[in-house]
Design a protein around this ligand. Structure first.
Ligand SMILES: NC(=O)c1ccc[n+]([C@@H]2O[C@H](COP(=O)([O-])OP(=O)(O)OC[C@H]3O[C@@H](n4cnc5c(N)ncnc54)[C@H](O)[C@@H]3O)[C@@H](O)[C@H]2O)c1
Length: 325
């Protein structure tokens, strides 16, 4: 599909624009959610598989008369120019017999080529990474782009946190939007549930349960966390991949950026040095505004959670060290 740019008056307001690099299941589902949100005026889809990007753009365009006026097209890297946010969901899946580190190396190599092609045309936008392993690739993106870390964000544990809140809400019989509880650290096996700071309607979890006349046993906590952490494996086993919830997570981050909402979300960002953890990307709740990550919150974790967070950071540092070899 060729670009069909209409001549806009010099005085017309600049439409909000998002570029999606990697128009696979995650990228195209995010583009669909973005179209329905009406948040932006332009969405460009970029993929090494040009036909796929064209097909997705055509399909999305046919929904436009029934939703929001949005210019959507399959483009190339120069179309990243002027984008407020560039979402990166390009990558390859694990091949049979391939180790996790092999996959990291392959996706990191893809990022080494993609990121300079983006930044050649856009030096001011925010780079939002979804490709796994998201913490490692966000770090690679930060290094390769040379952008300040505030403008290089990974979707991190936004998804895991949503899963955690959903499962807690289910168990407690309340709307998960009234449950505030975070998953921090790696988006992956070493992630950490912050039970000590979880609240419902401002009440600590234990108090809330006591008031309701029930207890949240260690076994139940363990089950809820395992279901959170292992959700992707369970879904992939059943339908091959996950994309709806992560797409909405990406949309939530983009909305907070474009509307300058100062929303607190557990995104992956450069560790701010709390608890002696530095030089890795991982998730802590952060304030997201028009400039990207405005501030990473210093959660007052208990000793066990602090240790688990340090362990998670060490796992990520180990992968980054392996990548350097
Ligand atoms: N962060 C999260 O919470 C989360 C959740 C789900 C999936 N993911 C990750 O998102 C990524 C994408 O998953 P998916 O299901 O959409 O995969 P997919 O295979 O459907 O899509 C990947 C797309 O990337 C494209 N691509 C590959 N190399 C490219 C390159 N060099 N330049 C441009 N495009 C390129 C492919 O052509 C494909 O269209 C995976 O790494 C997956 O693990 C992350």
């Amino acid at each position: 599909m060729t670009e069909n740019r209409t001549n806009m008056s010099d005085h017309a307001p600049h439409p909000r624009k998002v570029a999606v690099v990697g128009a696979g299941r995650v990228g195209s589902t995010f583009a669909y959610a973005l179209l329905l949100s009406g948040l932006v005026g332009e969405i460009v889809l970029i993929d090494v598989d040009r036909k796929r990007a064209e097909g997705e753009a055509m399909d999305l365009n046919h929904a436009m008369p029934l939703s929001h006026t949005t210019r959507i097209w399959a483009g190339d890297y120069p179309d990243c120019a002027g984008a407020d946010v560039i979402v990166i969901s390009a990558g390859t899946a694990q091949r049979p017999g391939e180790t996790r580190l092999d996959l990291v190396r392959r996706n990191a190599a893809i990022f080494q080529t993609i990121i300079p092609r983006i930044t050649a045309h856009n030096q001011t936008g925010i780079l939002l990474v979804a490709t796994n392993p998201v913490d490692v690739l966000s770090y690679v993106t930060w290094k390769v782009s040379g952008f300040p870390s505030q403008r290089v964000i990974g979707s991190g544990t936004v998804l895991d946190t949503a899963r955690f809140r959903y499962l807690l809400g289910e168990h407690l019989g309340v709307d998960p939007r009234n449950v505030h509880a975070h998953i921090v650290g790696e988006h992956g096996d070493s992630e950490v549930p912050v039970w000590s700071l979880a609240t419902v309607a401002g009440m600590r979890l234990a108090e809330y349960c006591k008031g309701g006349g029930f207890v949240l046993s260690p076994e139940t906590r363990d089950r809820i966390f395992r279901q959170t952490r292992d959700a992707a494996y369970e879904i992939i086993q059943r339908k091959g991949s996950t994309y709806y919830a992560v797409a909405v997570g990406l949309l939530r981050i983009v909305e907070s950026i474009l509307r300058d909402q100062h929303t607190i979300l557990a995104v992956s960002n450069l560790a701010p040095g709390y608890y002696g953890i530095e030089d890795v990307y991982f998730s802590l709740p952060a304030v997201i505004d028009r400039g990207g990550v405005d501030r990473v919150l210093h959660l007052l974790l208990n000793e066990q959670e602090r240790e688990a967070l340090r362990g998670s950071a060490l796992v990520l540092r180990g992968v980054l060290d392996d990548l350097r070899e």
